[in-house]
Design a protein around this ligand. Structure first.
Ligand SMILES: NC(=O)c1ccc[n+]([C@@H]2O[C@H](COP(=O)([O-])OP(=O)(O)OC[C@H]3O[C@@H](n4cnc5c(N)ncnc54)[C@H](OP(=O)(O)O)[C@@H]3O)[C@@H](O)[C@H]2O)c1
Length: 326
């Protein structure tokens, strides 16, 4: 089968289209013919090893010290079940599904095998394969952070970086949970963020949310420009800062802030749960959550797609589509 493979960390050009063996499902696995996947900020980081300050050595230990341990990137996908193992009863051949491979990756390929009880769900019928492929990364990240941050209906939430892959999910999900949502983005993305349901939008090129005197119950930082030292006065007395992107020193601050104030910092990697994928699929089917699609590239143009994601300016999600031989 065709796959996009990389053998060294570096720029987009380290990615190469190659033939690798097609996997065969174990008894408890399904073989998925991938129709779409995405290029996320996570793929960019694991490809380039450009990680937030303090995480360099940890990332190499996790992903491979001198070269990538997993040569096929890609965390999320949508496609069709092509074959099922003999013990599988949740899925059958032909089922349309979406799935999240997370840190295990491996989605930049024509096929992948996953255990039937893994992070796979039926594809919502109202979404394209491309949209369904983009349900998981931002969605599971924000469900995890909102759960850890105990977001309640009626609370005021500010999302710094509201136009990215994680931010566009953060806006829609906070709105769905009944929060009052403020999105922070550049002028070019104000209309997009408003269209996702944000009650207020702050253009960061004109206004600094940390000095305008407004306070929030929850601040989500997906950009790394709102550490606790900068935004603590914008948090209410028992406010929570959800550090989706931050440096290692932000993690070290967590216990100190918890001991010295009622405010809290929630940081570190998000973990995913099957129930979260189910919830995202349900919200999508009800028209309450829809991944924002920025650009779509064919599989053969993966390098170009990565070049675009490397700019750090994508709006929502970048989709990759795969054509299979008849
Ligand atoms: N902790 C975790 O488990 C976890 C999970 C997922 C992702 N992450 C991290 O979260 C970060 C965000 O991910 P993502 O997928 O959302 O990235 P992304 O889609 O690449 O973010 C791009 C967006 O960021 C916006 N942006 C850039 N500078 C900004 C600024 N100063 N203020 C406000 N917005 C700004 C850009 O809008 P403009 O062009 O308008 O500025 C663009 O729309 C990544 O660094 C990723 O590594 C962490």
């Amino acid at each position: 089968m065709r796959a996009i493979v990389y053998e060294q960390y570096g720029p987009p050009e380290v990615l190469e289209l190659r033939e690798i063996p097609k996997p065969t499902p174990d008894d408890n696995e399904v073989l998925i013919r991938i129709r779409a996947n995405t290029v996320t900020s996570g793929d960019w980081r694991v490809r380039s090893l450009e990680v937030p300050r303090g995480f360099g050595m940890m990332s190499r230990l996790f992903f491979g010290i001198v070269k990538p341990r997993q040569p096929v990137l890609g965390t999320e996908l949508a496609g069709e079940v092509e074959q099922v193992g003999k013990l599988v009863n949740r899925f059958k051949t032909g089922d349309q599904v979406f799935a999240f491979c997370g840190a295990k990756m491996g989605c930049y390929a024509e096929y992948v095998c996953m255990p039937e009880d893994g992070m796979i769900q039926p594809k919502p019928v109202n979404l394209t394969f491309g949209e369904a492929a983009a349900l998981s990364f931002g969605g599971t990240t924000m469900l995890n952070f909102y759960r850890r941050g105990k977001l309640q209906g009626g609370e005021k939430v500010l999302i710094n970086g509201a136009s990215g892959g994680v931010g566009t999910a953060a806006v829609q999900l906070a709105r769905e949970f009944g929060a009052e949502v403020t999105g922070v983005c550049s002028s070019a993305n104000v209309e997009l963020v408003r269209s996702l349901g944000a009650h207020y939008v702050i253009d960061y090129t004109r206004e600094d949310f940390t000095t305008n005197g407004r306070v929030y119950d929850v601040i989500v930082d997906t950009v790394g420009t709102a550490p606790f030292s900068r935004c603590k006065d914008s948090l209410r007395g028992d406010g929570r800062l959800l550090v989706v992107l931050g440096e290692l020193k932000d993690l070290f601050q967590v216990p100190w802030v918890a001991m010295t104030s009622k405010k809290k910092i929630i940081a570190g990697p998000a973990s995913e749960r099957t129930e979260d994928l189910q919830l995202l699929a349900q919200l999508a089917a009800e028209g309450k959550f829809k991944p924002v699609v920025d650009r779509t590239y064919p599989f053969e143009q993966m390098v170009e797609a990565h070049r675009y994601v490397d700019t750090g300016r994508k709006r929502g999600n970048v989709i990759i589509t795969l054509e299979h031989d008849a």
